[in-house]
Ligand binder design. Structure first.
Ligand SMILES: [Zn+2]
Length: 290
């Protein structure tokens, strides 16, 4: 059974890696090669950041009606993302997004959520790789159509290494607003780690990561579709222009579904709410500082 479980996890992770939003401009056949992007960690794993942070919620009344945030729960439809120990990423992502939405709305921020149930976003999807690709394009389209100030794609991680755990945030350096992407990533990661550590969860800080070389393929860098620049994508076997996002954005990986300590937190309602608070507060910090 143990072998079967490991196989199931590995299989789920392969699905997750294929679906977390790779930019399709590199050849699909080369997806087995990997690269390790530079990681910037702001604290040793497990340590508490003693830096005092401003009270988030009560100080945000001035945001009323000023900002629009698009929250994008990753995966959906026939794409489950990572799945292990009874946690299915695509459904966990929606739950996180709806919690974050609530906290942002309480602070007067308008929120767009790209999907609210287990399916792909209503305007994009289908089956197989084309369905996944269409859904990624639709997520970006929704954020652009809403004239969003910030785009946040919400995921949880998975790894064949069951000891891998913690939270990390991806940002994209190849955009004209790269500095804002990086600042958003830093702000969100700081809040996530600070908020969860103060609550006693001891979540590992994996830092912020430039997603421009999220994966190497045939000597080329493959980024995350929802964050990367415009270019070409393929749908139904034919090349199409890819429309990029028009606003700063990040992709957060909230814990590892392949790690038993992290899964215990993912299954804990209070822990999930604390993580959602941390993410919302990080977004609010960023908006307030603009
Ligand atoms: Zn994912």
């Amino acid at each position: 059974m143990r072998v079967r479980l490991i196989a199931a996890i590995t299989s789920a992770l392969a699905l997750s890696l294929a679906a977390c939003g790779a930019d399709v401009r590199a050849p699909a056949a080369a997806t087995t090669s990997t690269s390790t992007p530079a990681v910037e960690v702001n604290a040793a794993p497990g340590t508490v950041d003693a830096k005092p942070l401003a009270t988030p919620m009560s100080a945000t009344a001035a945001l009323d009606g000023k900002y629009i945030v698009t929250l994008d729960p990753g995966h959906g439809g026939d794409e489950s993302g990572a799945a292990a120990y009874g946690v299915v990423e695509k459904d966990s992502n929606v739950d996180f997004a709806l919690r974050v939405e609530r906290y942002l709305q309480q602070s007067g921020v308008e929120v767009v959520v790209t999907r609210r149930d287990t399916n792909y976003p209503p305007g994009g999807g289908g089956t197989g790789r084309d369905g996944s690709r269409a859904s990624l394009a639709e997520r970006v389209r929704l954020a652009n159509a809403a004239n969003s100030d910030v785009f946040v794609s919400i995921h949880s991680n998975g790894s064949p290494d069951s000891s891998a755990r913690g939270i990390e945030v991806y940002w994209e350096s190849r955009r004209e607003f790269a500095d804002e992407n990086k600042r958003l990533a830093r702000t969100v990661q700081d809040r996530l780690i600070d908020t969860t550590n103060r609550a006693g969860y001891g979540i590992r800080d994996r830092g912020i990561i430039d997603s421009s070389c999220w994966r190497g393929a045939a000597g080329r860098c493959v980024g995350l579709f929802v964050l990367s620049p415009g270019g070409q994508t393929t749908l139904g076997g034919s090349a199409q222009a890819k429309v990029p996002s028009l606003m700063p954005g990040v992709l957060v990986e909230l814990l590892f579904i392949s790690n038993t300590d992290d899964v215990a937190l993912l299954k804990d309602d209070r822990a999930r709410d604390t993580i959602a608070q941390g993410l919302a507060w990080g977004i609010l910090d960023f908006l307030k500082s603009r």
